[in-house]
Design a protein around this ligand. Structure first.
Ligand code: DQA
Length: 143
């Protein structure tokens, strides 16, 4: 099985960016840990990060026919990108949405996710563990 892991805007700044909210772990360390977990779970992961909406959409389209599922942290696009939502619903791949922070206890504009209605489920608020829980949940769903 193959899973595409997508990280949206500003997630390349993890470790530096608002450590009180997002922690001190860099994205590359998160991906390293996720790759180790993926090996244990016998799944292949490809990791992609972009700050550009269109690039994320292209990558989602590419996953059609080549990947079995998507794990995505859309960053701020979560709250307003109808285009990413439509891309996810176009490819019809099982998808789990993850967030490091608990978006529901932050600013009002973060409470709504436009992508949530087109994914299996959302995991929010567990820091790095959100990704691990998300990957496990996605695989359980894919089996
Ligand atoms: C985030 C939450 C979003 O509101 C924010 O814009 C991010 C990161 C998270 O992982 O907690 O960039 O998706």
């Amino acid at each position: 099985k193959k899973v595409l892991v997508i990280n949206g805007p500003n997630l390349n700044m993890l470790g530096i960016r608002e450590p009180g909210v997002y922690g001190t772990v860099s994205l590359s360390v998160i991906i390293q840990g996720l790759t180790e977990l993926a090996e244990v779970l016998s799944v292949e992961i490809e990791s992609f990060q972009s700050n550009h909406e269109g690039h994320i959409i292209d990558k989602i389209h590419e996953a059609f026919g080549t990947k079995d599922g998507i794990l995505i942290n859309p960053g701020a696009f979560t709250h307003y990108s109808y285009a990413i939502r439509d891309a996810l619903s176009s490819v019809q791949l099982p998808t789990v949405e993850v967030h490091l922070s608990n978006i529901h206890k932050r600013e009002e504009f973060r409470h709504h996710s436009v992508t949530a209605p087109v994914v299996i489920g959302q995991i929010s608020g567990f820091g790095v563990q959100s990704y691990e829980l998300g990957l496990r949940a996605l695989l359980t769903h894919m089996q």
